[in-house]
Design a binder for this molecule. Sequence first.
Ligand SMILES: Cc1cc2nc3c(=O)[nH]c(=O)nc-3n(C[C@H](O)[C@H](O)[C@H](O)COP(=O)(O)O)c2cc1C
Length: 263
Amino acid sequence: MGRQVIQCTSVYFSPTGTTRRVVRGISQGLSMRPRDFDVTLPSARERGVSLERDELLILASPVYGGRLPILARDFFDRLASGRRPVVAVVVYGNRDYEDALLELYDLCVAKGYEVVGAGAFVGEHSYSHVMGKNRPDPADEERARCFGLAVRQTMLVDSYLKEKPLLAKGRRPYRSYLSKLPFGPVTSRRCANCLSCVKLCPVGAFIDGDPRNVNLDKCILCAACIKLCPERAKSIGDDDFCDDMAALAAANLDRKEPAIFLP
Ligand SMILES: Cc1cc2nc3c(=O)[nH]c(=O)nc-3n(C[C@H](O)[C@H](O)[C@H](O)COP(=O)(O)O)c2cc1C
């Protein structure tokens, strides 16, 4: 007997907005309008997320260094435990997602959730306009909708991903976290002082709301301030890092397709 799910909630972290767009596509395929918890900003995380019994949960995060960002993982980990169907989603920048989806899957299982579908999608890389350029694109959005539709059908027959048979990727123990880098975004003279960067920073790293003054201990180098600056006034202030990213981009120009795991 399938499970009747009448409500859906999405909870996602998305500094540069690609994860959010993938979640939208999946929700459309599910034919459900989720209660939407974008927990990117500190104020949203402080408000918290209330989960209803038996609703379908979509949990989504970008991939950082082949893992979940610590901030997203810790927030997801604090959500209410208990049996509920979950769709686990990661979005990566056309390099690799390595252990991130497995990590999210394991987190769901540890909380007593039942994973009804899992997917790794591609979004334009936070550090590049070349890697995963303009993705998710219309083809990705269609894949996301098809995934949502398939999840809906899966729930009707009640055969969940209980024993993780279909996660073809990822290893335990997971790879190490990226090391903290000693630099952050720098601001050019193009800055018009609009304060978009200050408002969009997921960790409140701008000291006293000054767009030119970043607390590097707080900054997670998510690139929200760089990608979303209307004046393109921000960049990463380290030449070696930029060279490494250019080399990474050159090595990852091939188009990677979404990976979808269903029972
Ligand atoms: C700190 C950091 C680490 C990243 N690590 C990876 C990675 O290991 N593999 C990859 O393909 N993309 C990586 N990316 C790119 C993001 O996963 C990708 O751009 C994603 O679409 C960003 O999601 P968002 O738009 O929701 O913020 C990384 C980005 C950042 C900021």
